[in-house]
Ligand binder design. Sequence first.
Ligand code: MOS
Length: 740
Amino acid sequence: MSPDATSTRPAIGASIPRVDGPLKVSGRATYSSDHHFPGLLYAVPVGATIARGEIAAIDDSAAAAMPGVRKVYTRANIGTFYKPGKSGMIDESRPPFEDDTVHYYGQYVALVVADTFEQATAAARAVKVDYRNVAPPDVRLALSPEENQTTDSERGHVDAALASAPVTVDQTYTTPPETHNPIELHASVAVWDGKAFTLYETTQSIMNHRAVMAQMLGVPKENVRIVTEFLGSGFGGKLWPWPHALLAAAAARDLGKPVKLVVTRQMMFHNVGHRTNTQQRVRLGANHDGKLVALRQDFIYRTSRIDDSKEDCGEVTGFLYSTPNLKVTSARARRDIAPNTAMRGPGAVPGLFAIESAMDELALALKIDPVELRLRNEPAIDESLGIPFSSRHMKECLTRGAEHFGWSRRNPATGSMRQDGVVLGWGMAACAWMAQRLDAEVSLLLNADGSVRVASGTQDIGTGTYTMLAQMVAYDLGVPIERIQVVIGDSALPPGPLSGGSMVTGSLVPAVAQAAADAVQQLLDTAAGHGPFVGAKAEQLAFTEGRVHLRSGTPADGVPFADILKQARLAHVEGKGKSRNTFGDKEAKKFSMHSYGAHFVEVTWDPAIARLRVSRVVTAIDAGRILNPLTGRNQIEGAIAMGVGMALFEDTRYEPLHGKAINSNLADYIMTTHADMPDVDVLFLDYPDTKLNALGARGIGEIGLAGVAPAIANAVHHATGVRVRELPVKIEDLLASHVV
Ligand code: MOS
C-alpha cells in the first residue's frame, strides 16, 4: 500500500503505538544524562547532615587534593546566583549556597567537580563540614494550623446546616509525604561556550526552565538553550528547576568545561521536591434520603520554612457534589523539611482521599449504596462558580463502571463476600481533575520530500506527546503518521506548553490545527496558477490527504504536495499556529471544565495470614475525546499502579534527630510492582468536550490517579470492617479486623 493510499483521517481515536517506542526500546532515545561531550567533568554535591543550623566551616583540603578533582565549590567561590524574581516558576527559590543557614537535611552545601563520577563521589565524601547553632529539627507530621486559616471556598451557612443535619460524618484523614520516584533520575549536563549555555535538563517545562535559569545565572534568555528530548517521567517533580541545575551550570561556566550532575536516588528524597503530607477534617451533613446539605473541609498541609507550595486539597471539592452549604479552608504548617512540590494530581489526589472516604462513611451511616449516594448528589451546574459544566458525565461513569464491575452483586455487609477462601472487599470512589489550556505555539513544515515536520517547544514526559502531535497532524492534513516528524524538547523552538496539569494535549490541538491550515494555505497559494493549476486561483484548490487538487475535481486528479514544492523550488512552506490559554480567556471562563471518573475496586483479604491484595479495578473515565485509546489506557493503568502505591505502600519517613528521609532508596520506599498490580479494566466514555478545543480532547495524565486510594480504602473497610483514615493502609491497622 502506498503511503498516499493509507486512509489517515481515522488518526484520531486510533490505537497508534508510540511513534518514539522503537527509539526507546532499542536504547537510542537520548535522555538528558546520556549527553556526553569531550572533556566532560562530573559534579557531585555535598548535602548537609543536619536539618537546622548553620555552617561554621567547610574544610575541603583533603577533597581538593584527591585524584582527578578539578575544584571544590562552596559559598566562597561559586560566584553569583541571582534570585528568580518573576522570571518563572521555581519551588526552592533560595539560590544554592545563598548563605550559611541550613534549612533541611540534604541541602547542598558544597560541590565537587572531578574527571570521573567516582572521583567526584569519593571527594564529596571527604569534604568536612562543621556546623554551629544546630537545633533539633521539627519534622512532625501531625499538623495544627500554625498560620491563619484562610477560606478557599464558601457558600450558604455550613455550620448551621451541619448542626441541624439529621445525619452527619465528622472525621479527620491524613496522607503521608510521598516522594516522586521516576526511574530517570534528575540530571543536568551543562555546556558553556564562553557566551551562552546549552543545558541538557530533566524538565517538564523547557520554556520555564530557560526563563528561570537565565535570570538566576544572570544571562539573557537568548543565551540559554534547554534541551530535553526524552523524559523517564517526572510526576510533577520535574516541573520546575531545582538547585542542582544551577550548580552544574555555574561550574561549567567557571571551568569552561561541560559538567554533568546526576542527582542520586538518595538525594531525590531531599533535593527535588515531594508531595507533602496533609491532614483534613471533613464534615458532611445529609438528609435521610441521602441529599447532602453541608460539606466542610478544613485542611492543613506542611511546607518547608523557606517556600510555600500549596497542596490545594480543596481543588475539586467545590463542584464535585451538589450541596447548598459548603466551606473549604486551608492552613499551612512549616517544618524543617525541604520544599515540596506538585505531584501527579496535586491537591485533588490527597483531597479526594478525604472527601471520598467520608462519602463512603456517610453512605454507611445512611444505609444507602455508595454509588446511589453519589448519583443523588450529582450537581446540575458548578455550584462553586455558578456556571455550567462544559461536559460532565459523572453519572455515566458511575453507572457504567458499576455495571462493568458487577456492583449490583455486592452484599454491603462487612466481610460477607468470600471467594476461594479469602474475603472480598468492594469499594468505589468518584474523581475529578481540571481541564485547561496553556499558551502554545507550533511550527509546521510541509517539506519538498513529501514529509511533514511539526515542532513546538514542549516535551514528552513519557505520556505520548510525540505520538499525540503526530496524530494531530495526521488528522489535520490527512498525511500518514510515518511521514510526520515531531520535533520537541528544545527551547529554541516556538514556545510550547509545560507537561503538567494534564494540559499538553488540549493546549496543542488548536495550535496544530492553525499551523496546518496556515501551511496548506501557503501551499495552495504556491500551486495556484502554475503547472496543472494554470488558470486556477488558490480558492479553487483544495488539499486532501497530501494532494492538491481542484475543488471541482477529486484528490486522485491532483498532485502530491511534494511536487508543488519541487516545481516552485521551495524546500518547504511553514505554517504557524498559536493556542491561547484558558486562564485569562473570558469565553473559557463561562464553563467549568474538568475530567471525571469513577473507580471500582476489589481487594482480597486473607485474615489467617493478614494478607491484603488489590485484585481488580474497573475505572470509567470521562476525559473528553480520547485521541489514542492505547496510550490513553496506558496512562490510566499507570495511574492505578500509583494509586495502589498511595493506598498501600508509599510513605516518606523522616527520622526526628537529623530530619533525614530514612527510606531514601527503592528498597525501603515501597512502590507498586508488577506483582502488586490488579487486573485493570479502563472504560473511556469518549464524549468530546468541544468547549476546550475542536477535537474535544481533555488531558488524561492525572485523572486516573485521583480517587484510586479512597476506592481501595473503602474496599478495605468492606472486607475487614477497619476504616483506615491515615494512609498508607498498614497491616497493623488491619489486625484490628473482626472478620475471620
Ligand atoms: Mo503534574 S503534578 O501537573 O506534573
